[in-house]
Every structure is written in structure tokens, then in C-alpha cells.
Design a binder for this molecule. Structure first.
Ligand code: SAH
Length: 235
């Protein structure tokens, strides 16, 4: 069974968006994964198709209603659905390459895109939604976050990336940020490709790349560097 993604959103036309192109788009066409996009508004039952209401306790903005969202979830995912249910949320556990790998190895995911101030807390509890954040910033809605999440997952589904595009050496897979890349011409605007990369000496090239990866990680991501060196060590 191919990886199956179901998206619950108030803006279905935002999908597949970027996921319909390039690597993810080709994999979608080939059936290596599937995408089912559903409009949360279809689960609204009053004549105005209301999906939100004012926050209990006051304050700005609106809140996505528990009953509407729960009906949308129930319609999209039977009780025996083995797929995790994710809610895109800046309060969630940060999404990582490791989580992307776990999800890519599983049956798929149901992904809820929030809007407004967020969703009624009770539906998060009652439908067992796992809150996932893509970073410490606030988007206007969960759709762009869901697209990021799926993009990261889909490229790891077996058969999506060719052998030549192996993910093994990429940033976060090794615990370090990746080394810089260069390609022809050798001289561009007075800047040379580092000569070692043209030397043909693969041991030297590996050493250079490892050193660059370490220096970059240390300068830009002290948090990753600490983890890589086991804390405190100079690596
Ligand atoms: N009031 C909320 C932010 C709501 S933003 C708060 O302060 O926590 C509206 C919707 O955008 C959220 O419900 C969520 O689905 C999505 N969203 C915003 N930022 C996000 C992020 N960093 N990661 C994942 N989803 C995000």
C-alpha cells in the first residue's frame, strides 16, 4: 500500500500546489503516494456553513469549531485507520528529518490545517491529534506547513528518489549541516572552485567536505554541534 495522505483544509485549491510538481508530482502521478484533499466546510451543518466562532473567554480572532472539525475527521478517517492524525500547529513538537523518516515508513497521515487563532482544544483531545510545528514562527494557516511536511516525507518514500539522489549525506542525516557545493565554470566572477575539489584525490575531497560541514555547523547551529560532539567536546 502506497503512502496515503489526507488533508483537511478550508482552502482545498491550495493543494497539491508545489506537491504537484517535480519529484513529489512525478511520484504522485506514478502512484507512489496518494493525496485526498477535503474541505472542512463540507462538515458544517448550518445554512451559512459556519466553521468558526469567537473564543471563549474573549480576545481577538476566531476558533475552528470542535463539532465541525470532528465531523470532518470522522468522515475522512474510519476508527480503524492506522495513520497518525497530525494537526499543524506552532505549539506542536518541532518536525524533524527523523520524524519525516518515521512517517515515510508508515501507511500515511491525516493532516489537519488550522486557520484563525487555532482549533478548539477539545477536538485535539477527543480525536487524538498530534500537534506538529514546522518552526518557531507563525504562518497564517496550516496549508503551507502541511506542504512542507509532505514534501519532506514524500522524497523519502522508497522509489521516489533515485539511487543517485541518496539522502544519506544531506544536512541533518549525518548530524551536521552539509558542505558547500560548486559546479562549472571553474572561474566565475573572479571566484575559483576550491582546487581540492578538482584534484581527483577522493580522500582529500572527503576530508575537505567534512571540515567544511563541521565549521558550518559550529558557526550556524551550536545546538546541532553540541549534539554532534556529545556536548562540550571540540569534535
Ligand atoms: N494563535 C496561534 C497561531 C495560529 S496561526 C498561536 O499563537 O499558537 C493559524 C494556523 O496556522 C494554526 O492553527 C496552524 O495550523 C498554522 N500554523 C501557523 N504557524 C505554524 C507553524 N509554525 N507550524 C505549523 N503550523 C502552523
Amino acid at each position: 500500500m502506497a503512502f496515503s495522505a489526507t488533508i483537511l483544509t478550508l482552502y482545498p485549491p491550495m493543494f497539491p500546489g508545489p506537491l504537484g510538481h517535480a519529484l513529489a508530482g512525478r511520484a504522485l502521478e506514478k502512484g507512489l503516494w496518494s493525496l485526498d484533499v477535503r474541505d472542512i466546510r463540507d462538515a458544517a451543518q448550518d445554512k451559512h456553513h459556519t466553521v468558526d466562532d469567537t473564543p471563549a473567554g474573549g480576545g481577538p480572532g476566531m476558533v475552528l469549531k470542535a463539532d465541525v472539525l470532528a465531523r470532518a475527521i470522522d468522515a475522512a478517517s474510519p476508527p480503524d485507520d492506522a495513520r497518525p492524525r497530525l494537526l499543524m500547529s506552532p505549539r506542536g513538537r518541532p518536525f524533524t528529518q527523523q520524524r519525516a523518516r518515521q512517517l515515510a515508513a508508515g501507511p500515511g497521515a491525516l493532516i489537519v490545517c488550522g486557520r484563525f487563532e487555532g482549533v478548539d482544544e477539545r477536538v485535539i483531545e477527543a480525536r487524538n491529534l498530534e500537534e506538529v510545528s514546522i518552526g518557531d514562527f507563525i504562518l497564517s494557516g496550516g496549508e503551507a506547513a502541511a506542504i512542507c511536511l509532505l514534501d519532506a516525507i514524500v522524497r523519502l518514500i522508497p522509489g521516489v528518489m533515485g539511487k543517485m539522489q541518496s539522502a544519506e549525506h544531506e544536512s541533518f542525516e549525518t548530524g551536521l549541516l552539509e558542505h558547500p557545493h560548486y559546479t562549472r565554470p571553474r572561474l566565475w566572477e573572479g571566484r575559483e572552485i576550491p582546487p581540492v575539489l578538482l584534484s581527483g584525490d577522493h580522500a582529500e575531497i572527503d576530508r575537505w567536505r567534512r571540515e567544511k560541514a563541521r565549521a558550518l555547523t559550529r558557526a550556524r547551529r551550536p545546538d546541532l554541534w553540541d549534539k554532534f560532539t556529545g556536548g562540550g567536546e571540540d569534535g
